[in-house]
Write a protein that binds this ligand. Sequence first.
Ligand code: GUN
Length: 278
Amino acid sequence: MAQLIDGKAVSAQIKEELKEKTAKKKEQGVEISLAVIQVGNDPASSVYVNNKKKACEYIGINSIAYELPEETTEKELIDLVEELNERKDVNGILVQLPLPPHIDEDKIIKTISPKKDVDGFHPQSVGALCIGQPGFVSCTPAGIIELLKRNHIEIEGKECVVIGRSNIVGKPMALLLLRENGTVTVTHSKTKNLKEICRRADILIVAIGKPRFITEEYVKEGAVVIDVGIHRNENNKLCGDVDFESVEPHCSAITPVPGGVGPMTIAMLMNNCVESVD
Ligand code: GUN
């Protein structure tokens, strides 16, 4: 039986550590504040934003919520971000994505000061990660590294295969695995021989965005499998990009969905907020 990588437990542990750190900072007179901006009322975004606010409250971080109407113009959003960049009492700025189609996401991300870019999406943050300099790192891939480390799974020298090349997960994931001295292959929708490449992986990171796509034929005996996907199946139950029942018997370790990677994203966001005052 594979070791189940418990993201819920690791995330709870990290949140406890952050709660303590935040309390100590408060004793020294340092408050931490995160501005959370949502434009429109996409239901999935509302759930994510609420979870972020709740996590802030638990840890002792002030969250300043901006719920803006769908019709908000790009200029209005840029003006708000610029105002928040200047405010001394705001340490982190998060603009929930996706934004309505009339707003250019890249333009908004570029407007956020890299000093307050707790999502790690600003080109300067991504560039810093690329050349091994300090900066905020995208929360989901950072959470996966933390999950591996806290479960004593070595990355150095391992064949790591990442499925997916998004700016938020795949690309920063590859850079982080490389930073940990893994041998990294990134695959994507145009990759030929996906199965063959995946079967080389000691560590397989799956962010393909297709429910239960990865079956046992993609997995080497004894591999570690990390599932970034989250979907609802035909019975309205949550499932990942990995067909857990088929893959699990062949792994040495695997993340479940739910309770694997998901809870780590918010824990790492909170970690970035705490680091924003260091
Ligand atoms: N939408 C989906 N995931 C994220 C995230 O991590 N950060 C932001 N800002 N928006 C998202």
